[in-house]
Design a binder for this molecule. Structure first.
Ligand SMILES: [Zn+2]
Length: 597
């Protein structure tokens, strides 16, 4: 018994079996069911996305002996003949091999004749852009006045090469490349039907290598089945493709996260002995980093691909977003420089060592040993990391899920993402302490400057003494605590405390900002201050021209902001890692882009 390759055996026979291309299917199905069919369709798309398949199902739908519908019976003579590629009224032409005008003429001469078996003649002209200009002209005449019994399906990988006169007479569809999930799901379905065991990751690798083409994926799967003689495993597929498994990539990334140079070199050695293509490995690393970056951005992990498994999610917690970007960039540069390296392995090794040395802070983790928490030991360097958020990640300890090695397999239970009970928390990121000492902060916690709300049932003399406690310093603190509307907030931020007398508080506003002290804003501010002090006060505003020495909240904040900015700039300029990066990439610091936290 001859073996039928999967691509032919599992070629969809109904529209419902076609994977992807829903937009094209909908147009064809609606057209067929409502009997409103265009006479010429143009399918643009790469190879192996289903052009011939669509044409065949289309031909069946039109010629099925049960009648025209989007669901041909599949059993009548016409349907069977189409399925077997023997239907005389489905004419498949490869334009790439028949570019001459004579070929086209010969083809089009026959267009006039009625179909010999069915209702319609269906012409599938593949690679239609390869036709010569005169062929196009011959074709155009037919397209202008098509015989009623003819349908044209044109397929092309390069629709831009088609004359507009042809394009304008076709209904054009772009066939999309299939995504990895569509392909791997379909492969899984076929293997289940064929009773062949498989690992999901193996199918993902095939899907990735197939680059959007189902036909390529199926022939790779054929190859893998022949190669494996039973079960399609990740190992077999990796060997076959020279590709690298997700688990191997995760190992590399975990060694990077742990700054574990020894393990890193061992893994590289393993990859070399398995004969992996190091450019492919770098590609894989970049894909993984891109997925990690996505996980970091999308907190809602439900919406993520199933394959973004526990290991990648864990790495997303360990690496800072900036580090992921940096590693990606280094990988990209490494790939570009690969041809100049002495050999691929050393190029790859240097790239990974560069990733290792540019990771700003040490994280202690050795495979097989309990992770050592280092966050406490690193606390003295933490203030720098707070200021230099753009390049330094917080200290973190890391341990992979499920013990020392990460297991990544199709059978991974959700629980495997959890660390074993004995292990320490799988991630501990130390919150960087604020750069500024507490005394500079705006929220008042220091009792010496705090304005205590007055207890109820105090006498008037107490109220007066309470007011006398107001100073320029605690006035701004009081103001900062108020909840105000935008205009009243402007007034509050820009007024300075002068003195208080009984229930009157005297404030000054710079003359150029006098307009802020309108009746409405003053009333609002007065109400807010009274509420905060639990004591009715009257605000009295006076004008001042001395804008330099007015201790307003706005001025205070501006000064704080300037100090913070200067601290951040200093921290960046004094940071050894930034210095390394500057030297390595011949980079310079743009001070205006530095932002304090
Ligand atoms: Zn039929």
């Amino acid at each position: 018994m001859s073996y039928l390759v999967l691509a032919r055996k599992w070629r969809p026979k109904k529209f419902a079996e076609v994977v992807g291309q829903q937009h094209v299917l909908r147009a064809l199905i609606n057209g067929l069911d409502q009997d409103r069919l265009h006479h010429a369709f143009l399918f643009a798309g790469t190879r192996g996305v289903g052009k011939t398949t669509l044409a065949r199902i289309f031909a069946k739908s039109l010629n099925c002996e049960q009648g025209i519908s989007s669901t041909p019976c599949g059993e009548c003579n016409s349907c069977v003949e189409v399925d077997n590629g023997r239907f005389v009224d489905l004419i498949e032409v490869d334009a790439a091999s028949r570019t001459k005008v004579d070929d086209t003429r010969e083809l089009l001469d026959n267009v006039q004749y009625a179909p010999s078996r069915g209702r319609y003649k269906v012409y599938l002209i593949d690679e239609v852009h390869m036709l010569s200009t005169s062929s196009f002209n011959a074709l155009l005449k037919t397209l202008e006045e098509p015989p009623p019994h003819v349908k044209f399906l044109f397929a092309t990988t390069d629709p831009q090469k088609l004359p507009v006169t042809i394009l304008s007479r076709c209904l054009q569809f772009n066939l999309r490349r299939l995504d990895i999930k569509q392909i791997s799901d379909h492969l899984a379905f076929i293997l289940q039907q064929e009773n062949i065991d498989f690992e999901a990751e193996a199918l993902n690798q095939i899907a990735f290598a197939a680059d959007g083409s189902m036909r390529d994926a199926l022939s790779l799967l054929d190859q893998a089945i022949a190669f494996s003689g039973g079960k399609v495993t990740t190992e077999i597929v990796s060997q076959m493709l020279g590709s690298v498994s997700q688990q191997q990539l995760v190992q590399l990334l975990e060694a990077l996260a742990a700054k574990d140079a020894k393990s890193l070199l061992i893994y590289i050695d393993e990859l070399a002995s398995l004969g992996r293509d190091f450019v492919v490995v770098l590609d894989g690393l970049m894909t993984s980093l891109q997925r990690i970056a996505t996980i970091q951005l999308i907190a809602d992990t439900e919406s993520l691909d199933q394959q973004d498994d526990a290991a990648l999610q864990n790495l997303a917690n360990v690496f800072s977003a900036e580090t992921v970007q940096l590693l990606y960039q280094i990988a990209l540069h490494g790939k570009r420089d690969m041809p100049y390296a002495a050999d691929p392995r050393s190029g790859f090794e240097m790239t990974l060592l560069r990733m290792l040395s540019f990771q700003p802070q040490a994280v202690t983790f050795n495979a097989g040993q309990p992770p050592v928490k280092k966050s406490q030991a690193n606390s003295e360097s933490a203030p720098v990391s707070a200021a230099v958020s753009s390049s330094v990640e917080p200290a973190a300890t890391y341990s992979p899920p499920s013990g020392s090695t990460v297991t990544h397999s199709t059978k991974a239970e959700p629980e495997s993402a959890e660390p074993p009970p004995s292990a320490p928390a799988k991630l501990e990121v130390k919150e960087p302490p604020p750069v500024e000492p507490e005394s500079h902060s705006i929220v008042v916690t220091n009792t010496s400057t705090e304005v205590q709300p007055k207890e109820t049932a105090h006498s008037n003399s107490d109220d007066a003494s309470q007011l006398l406690n107001l100073t320029t310093a605690n006035w701004t603190a009081l103001i900062a605590q108020l909840k105000l509307s935008a205009f009243a907030r402007q007034l509050a931020d820009h007024c300075a405390y002068l003195r208080s007398d009984k229930n009157k508080i005297y404030l000054s506003v710079a003359s150029e900002l006098q307009h802020l002290a309108n009746d409405k804003s003053v009333a609002k501010l007065q109400a807010a201050v009274s509420k905060q002090l639990q004591f009715e006060v009257t605000l009295v505003f006076t004008e001042t021209t001395d804008t330099e020495n007015v201790p307003t909240l706005a001025a205070e904040r501006a000064q704080q902001a300037a100090e913070l900015q200067q601290n951040a700039v200093d921290a960046i300029h004094n940071d050894p890692v930034v210095e390394q990066i500057k030297n390595a990439f011949n980079a310079r610091i743009i001070d205006t882009t530095i932002k304090p936290l």
